[in-house]
Design a protein around this ligand. Sequence first.
Ligand code: 13P
Length: 251
Amino acid sequence: MNQKRKLIAGNWKMNGSLDANAALLQALREGVGTPACAVAVAVPAPYLAQVQSLADGSPIALAAQDVSQHDSGAFTGEVSAGMLRDFGARYVLVGHSERRQYHGETDAVVAAKAQKALAAGITPIVCVGETLQEREDGQTESVVKRQLAAVIHAVGHCVSELVVAYEPVWAIGTGRTATPEQAQQVHAVLRAQLAAATERADKVPLLYGGSMNAANAAQLLAQPDIDGGLVGGASLKAQDFLQIIAAAQSA
Ligand code: 13P
């Protein structure tokens, strides 16, 4: 049993529309009540203003899915941390595996993005995780430690202000979840790494992501070092997401 207040964050990825977002937020607002856990939704940038207004006065916090490593200037298509702050973003994902894989984000870029978020008063949710090949090669620990080390090094004394999400790439969108034991094993490694950098490592929420759903959430969230979830597909269905939130409250 893990008594810390958990965080359940939905990552909508590149999904949604004005109509679909309105329906989803309405259902979430009606169903969520006053949750005993923190709840956030990471929405596509064009919908930040819409979801900011839809979530206003509710316990649902706003998150963005990415942020620029630059403050401003000639970076066409990029969105700065200051812009996210203007729309009330409380969190931003950095280093999601889809950004690393499809947009060539390196550990150094991810670390710079985390820094920019913190400087703007936005909590970065730092995503780490190994590919199937890396797991089969026995590199899981070294990969996630390398990815997190870059961020720890860059943010210095702000380490305790991070959220870290372990998302094994092979479990994302595949329906193949890490077992609670596999996830806990990696979370314990990440916790120890954080503990070497800050006395407040126990305060850093460690989320699990990768095919988390209403059926498997409770078992994952019962692990001692799993402090929440980063939920993709299941966060697009109000009832599924609400069931995961319910599981987090009783875990
Ligand atoms: P799925 O829950 O769809 O596997 O996605 C996980 C994820 O990538 C969340 O960021």
